[in-house]
Design a protein around this ligand. Sequence first.
Ligand code: 5AD
Ligand code: FES
Length: 359
Amino acid sequence: MSQFDEILDQHDFTKDELITLLASKGEEMSRLFDKALKTKLHYLDNCVHLRGLIEYSNKCRKYCLYCGVRGKNTKVERYTLSDEEVLECAHLAHKLGYGSVAIQSGERDDKEFVDKIEYLVREIKKIDNGSLGITLSLGEQTEETYRRWFEAGAHRYLLRIEASNEDLYYKIHPKDKNHDFHKRLDSIDTLLRLGYQTGTGVMVGLPFQTLDDLADDLLFFKRKDVAMVGMGPFIPHPDTPLYEFRHQIPSAQERMNLTLKMIAVLRLMMPEINMVAATANQTVDPLGREKAIMVGANVIMPNLTPNEFRENYLIYPDKACVKDKPDQCQTCLDIRMESIGHKVLYNAWGDSKAFTSRH
Ligand code: 5AD
Ligand code: FES
């Protein structure tokens, strides 16, 4: 057996072994992908879970250096969905059999926002007696806020660490009181402690990011024992400061492959977690989401945001599906998943098996 295959045969990897796996190319990379797919099918079958994505608002108090809706981008028209619009999205998710919704938004922490989210979570929970699962992705909040939203009925929360290396974190976020690496870490710990199915993740192919950093990111996910992970390729946005470094990052193809390798290796390390095939994958490669599913991802987040707002939620340019209607996405996803031997699981929350088998 080659040294590479010996490494592949394990579930726990040293940092050096992770770097070897992440550096793989050609035949070796294909063997990694095969092993990851087999592992996923063994633990989780060929089911793909859906989360109907509701992009609630693009108003944001943060200035992340990569993000197209960062507070300082004056080119973006700011919006917040009305209560009716949010609830219509949720009803549509229910009608389409999506099982769960994910509410994502620019970050705010004022009382009006916190109260509003609590209200919306409670209202969504009323639909068909709580039949919809609710994931929130609303940034860093106080413990009290997280607790209130949890008690209102949200049971999953996504907060990507974005970069688990503190130095890299501050190369992609300004260093000020609004962007504090330790606050972010504390927020993830709080979510875990409160009992949320907690998800985190990173962007792949960032300027200044090394394989060493990515290996540390994987070890971070494992150490935190999170229930869900989202990873997608970094896509430079022209209206953000990091755009200046667009020539210092790997090509789109390389960022895609590196993302796939991250997903595949993590599937070997954490066989039962939920992993999303991020929409950003589809932006760099028309078959990007299918490829992510074929190397270990098991969740897709079709967009339910009313079309007239989607153009204003471009965290990165050329986002996929911006012009598609929700029912088009549903049919499209069914066909796409079937074409790769997978099936969309309807009318189920699709909880992380890593989480449910422990609780
Ligand atoms: N390219 C790729 N992903 C991005 N995100 C934000 N900006 C970009 C970008 N330019 C990701 C971040 C964030 C998630 C909602 O989208 O990881 O957590
Ligand atoms: Fe939107 Fe395919 S998921 S058109």
